[in-house]
Design a protein around this ligand. Structure first.
Ligand code: AMP
Ligand code: ZN
Length: 139
């Protein structure tokens, strides 16, 4: 629990939310600024800001909960598909600093969401290899 964290306050029912699913470790709520109809956020009940701080148990729990919610979304709303989005750090666009997975039902071209439509262009294989080696060294 982090006192000034809005999602901790939702977990602890200090502020209201549309609770869609919960179990011992995870909670799913409706996003109050839905990108599309049925936009859901799935979060661990324990406070952790980003993927880097999340415990292995909470990673497993929150992803298992996301699968259950995604199945319920498919059954109830029958979208064409579901985009799973998760942002870490302000630079990546994270606004609420309590880990959460976005489940965003998609129905293109009707929903006309552009965020996954980045341009596909071939990379520089030498640069990719060099960067991959740099990341591997950090384990
Ligand atoms: P992110 O940029 O990944 O941190 O996204 C934060 C998300 O939380 C946004 O999509 C907001 O619309 C959503 N959000 C913020 N406050 C609340 C709230 N009180 N209840 C439900 N969703 C919220
Ligand atoms: Zn929190």
């Amino acid at each position: 629990m982090s006192e000034d964290c809005i999602f901790c306050q939702i977990v602890n029912k200090k502020i209201p939310a549309f609770r869609i699913y919960e179990d011992e470790r995870s909670l799913a709520i409706a996003d109050i600024n839905p990108v599309t109809e049925g936009h859901v956020l799935v979060l661990p009940k324990n406070h952790a800001a980003t993927l880097m701080e999340l415990t292995p148990g909470d990673i497993a729990a929150v992803h298992q909960a996301s699968q259950k919610v995604a199945q319920a979304l498919m059954k109830s709303l029958k979208p064409g598909g579901i985009a799973v989005l998760q942002l870490n750090g302000a630079a990546a666009g994270q606004v609420v600093m309590h880990y959460h997975i976005h489940l965003i039902p998609r129905n293109p071209p009707k929903d006309n969401i552009k965020f996954l439509n980045w341009e596909i262009k071939p990379g520089d294989m030498k640069a990719i290899e060099k960067t991959a080696a740099k990341i591997k060294e950090a384990f």
